[in-house]
Write a protein that binds this ligand. Structure first.
Ligand code: SF4
Length: 475
């Protein structure tokens, strides 16, 4: 192990925590202990030494212009009476906190909606038949969503009869209108009208219906610049508009188009936790956010030539597993198991079993590149938006026009790395069975069947109190 990548680990002082203090999950506990034994630093070590900044925690540090940073700490003993804190420009603590929060909203909305933009671009390429690797798969869903984009699915014939429109034409129109929602300047983002009528009317009354997905994000950045919006309520109102633009626009359009491209998820069995990896297989972990590349990786890993290559290199096969959102996409459509969550990404590498960790965008810790240097793991970045300076990563850029070839290159890189394992492999036993794939369509079907698909039984039982509540886990 290169000394320069060995990091300080938590000193085992009297009060030093044990792995059980840091994680409830037994597999994680085992890997935290292993990382300590091998002197490999992970987030569990950094969390022990990180001291949060008090001013930052209150959101009252401003660096929105070059006169700052202006720091507005709470006065000793707290605020009695009026809060008189001000930045150099006179911005109050309320203004600064609202502006900082708004920029977080802008960043989150930009990230999730940019994912949707990428999906819309690929969808349009598939609809126009500019790529051989993606196809319009779920035409039923396409016909269901088309009216929400203002696209007709039927046409009147010469004799007044109603004829079905060509499915490719519908797909192209849906793709163009969907992609147009990002740059739209006036009107409403079209999918927002799916909201229940009273909710939509309330949004209209409050002036928070988004005009265009990008426009609302840009407007947050403008308003929070020095000397623009200096009313915290007005700033937060724009946060709502941008957030609806993402949730009911960018992210919702991403879901729609992914379902049409890759098929609607339906319930299937799989498993989760570090124990899904297999010592005698090539382990390729797919990590990040978008399904565009990972869908191709699933297909590439199933090719007989890849399985044969893995056997030539001494493995019994190829085990794919996932981390974070990309994992969920593959889990709910293909049953690919989850090997971990956000906090387990470094721990997965600590098993010594990961031959390649393939990352796209979002939730990827920069330090995986350092942890990988302590093992044989190859970190493969694939997106031009998301490169890693730390460590020694490999970049294989993914392009939707050459998607399958890119995916094959990535899988081959993982397979060829299998014989390079140097450290003893230690995969925890823990894995749990699960059922995933409860899409809107699947729940609708399971509650009402083919002919009466409906949420009514669920709604009725919530209203009559037999169902006491529903939990949503949202990242
Ligand atoms: S915008 Fe105002 S509070 Fe913020 S850094 Fe500039 S002068 Fe300071």
């Amino acid at each position: 192990m290169a000394d320069e990548v060995k990091k300080k680990v938590v000193k085992k002082e009297k009060k030093a925590p044990s792995p059980k203090d840091l994680a409830l999950d037994v597999a994680s506990q085992q890997m935290i202990q292993r990382s300590w034994d091998m002197e490999v630093e992970t987030i569990f070590d950094r969390a022990q030494t990180m001291k949060p900044c008090n001013i930052g925690a209150q959101g009252t540090c401003c660096k929105n212009c070059a006169q700052g940073p202006c720091r507005l700490p709470l006065p000793k003993g707290g605020i009695e009476g009026e809060d008189t804190r001000k930045g150099l420009c006179g911005a109050t603590a309320h203004t600064i906190a609202a502006r900082n929060f708004a920029r977080m909203v802008a960043a989150g909305a930009a990230a999730h909606s940019d994912h949707g933009r990428g999906v819309a671009e690929t969808f349009l390429a598939a609809a126009r038949k500019e790529t051989d690797d993606y196809h319009i798969k779920d035409t039923k869903k396409l016909l269901e969503i088309a009216p929400d984009f203002g696209v007709e699915t039927t046409v009147e014939g010469k004799d007044g009869e109603i004829l079905d429109r060509d499915i490719d034409e519908i797909a192209v129109e849906v793709g163009e209108i969907a992609l147009g929602q990002w740059g739209q300047q006036t009107g409403d983002v079209c999918t927002v009208k799916r909201a229940p009528q009273p909710r939509y009317e309330l949004w209209k009354k409050l002036g928070v219906v988004p005009r265009g997905i990008d426009r609302e994000i840009v407007e947050i950045m403008h308003r929070t610049h020095i000397g623009v919006d200096q009313h915290y309520e007005n700033i937060v109102e724009q946060c709502t508009r941008a957030a609806i633009g993402d949730g009911w626009g960018g992210s919702m359009i991403a879901t729609d188009l992914q379902d049409v491209l890759f098929g609607c998820p339906y319930p299937l069995k799989s498993s989760a936790n570090l124990g899904v990896m297999k010592e005698d297989h090539v382990n390729i972990v797919i990590h990040g956010h978008e399904p565009l590349l990972s869908e191709m990786i699933v297909q590439a890993a199933e090719l007989p030539e890849m399985v044969e290559l893995a056997k030539e290199k001494g493995a019994r096969g190829i085990q794919l597993s996932g981390i974070c959102c990309t994992a969920n996409e593959l889990l709910m459509r293909h049953g690919v198991p989850l090997c971990g969550d956000f906090l387990q990404q470094e721990l997965a590498i600590v098993t010594g079993a990961v031959d390649a960790m393939v990352v796209d965008v979002q939730c990827i810790m920069e330090n995986i590149a350092n942890v990988a240097q302590c093992f044989h793991t190859k970190i493969i970045t694939t997106n031009p938006r998301a490169r890693i300076a730390s460590g020694d990563t490999t970049h294989i850029e993914f392009d939707e026009h050459t998607a399958f070839e890119d995916a094959k290159k990535i899988v081959r890189t993982g397979i060829e790395n299998f014989p390079n394992r140097e450290k003893e492999v230690m995969i925890p036993d823990q894995k749990e069975d699960l059922i995933a794939g409860f899409s809107y369509e699947a729940v609708n079907y399971h509650l009402g069947g083919t002919f009466r698909a409906s949420y009514t039984p669920l709604n009725d039982n919530i209203i009559n109190g037999r169902i006491r509540g529903i939990g949503g886990v949202v990242g």
